[in-house]
Design a protein around this ligand. Structure first.
Ligand code: 2AM
Ligand code: CA
Length: 265
């Protein structure tokens, strides 16, 4: 019963937040830089996070919240029920394109993913999943992911990750890019993960994502038989940044066997 109530409210608030974001387009954005010159936050990211926090605190006072913009709780563990919120995933798209961004919310209980919601606001596509009950796009069940080979795969990957750098050997991902059927980069991790869940992409890889970028997508992916881990093959952490691969089965094992092994990820 508890989870039905959480589900009903989460959905309602997400749609409401989407409407508020669209309404905000008539007023100028207030844009600020965060950790580096290409990492932005806007007044709308902040207002949207505060909107969810107010609603959750009022309706579910015992729940804790981890939000990208920091208005939630400071968490050292995932005990109890925790909402992990990215109010706008794809802020750069939001600023430059006014599309291709999403609201992403994962709800966990004692570290176990119970519900995931990814709302692609401008396409009006709500992906949602409840643990053990399947994953859905606008209410229609998503199919289980089938195995696929590297040579037939379209993968989500930001081109920046194949540039030479000091942290890892970029030639490894370059080999993968050469061997797949194609690459795509949407600029919103949540939309890219949702795309894997819907079979639009076969895998998504990134070298640095935060808990709020992946919390909802992890629940969704589990419900369609996909596999997620960091690039060392270890489980993803929701308390720190991760390298990530979200993938169809088959492709996941092949990518690790033939490409990722030698990396210093
Ligand atoms: P954000 O828009 O919520 O910040 C862009 O390639 C994707 O990576 C987006 O989903 C973006 O989420 C995420 N991302 C994670 N860490 C980032 C960072 N330090 N700078 C820019 N994008 C980041
Ligand atoms: Ca964000």
């Amino acid at each position: 019963m508890k989870w039905v109530e959480i589900d009903t409210h989460a959905r309602k608030w997400i749609k409401e937040a989407g409407e508020r974001i669209k309404e905000s387009f008539v007023t100028p954005l207030d844009i600020q830089v965060k950790s580096h010159p290409n990492d932005f936050v806007t007044n709308i990211d902040k207002e949207t996070e505060r909107f969810f926090i107010e609603k959750i605190r009022k309706k579910f006072p015992g729940h804790r919240i981890l939000g990208e913009e920091g208005y939630g709780n400071r968490l050292n563990d995932l005990d109890g029920i925790v909402w992990i919120i990215d109010p706008i995933d794809g802020t750069t798209n939001f600023i430059h394109q006014r599309r291709n961004f999403a609201v992403s919310i994962g709800i966990y209980e004692n570290g176990i993913g119970k519900m995931g919601f990814i709302y692609d606001v401008m396409n009006n596509e709500l992906f949602h999943a409840a643990k053990g009950q399947g994953a859905f796009l606008n209410g229609r069940a998503l199919e289980r992911l089938e195995r696929v080979r590297v040579s037939e795969a379209i993968i989500g990957l930001n081109a920046a990750w194949i540039l030479a750098n000091r942290r890892f050997d970029a030639t490894i991902l370059r080999d993968l890019v050469r061997d797949v059927r194609g690459t795509r980069s949407y600029g919103s991790a949540a939309i890219e993960i949702a795309s894997v869940c819907a079979g639009r992409l076969d895998a998504y890889l990134s070298l640095r994502l935060s808990p709020w970028d992946i919390a909802a997508g992890l629940v969704l992916l589990g419900e369609v038989g996909g596999i997620a881990s960091n690039l060392r093959g270890e489980p993803l952490s929701l308390l720190q940044q991760n390298t990530v691969i979200f993938s169809k089965p088959g492709l996941y094992e092949d990518v690790f066997r033939d490409y990722l092994q030698e990396g210093r990820w």
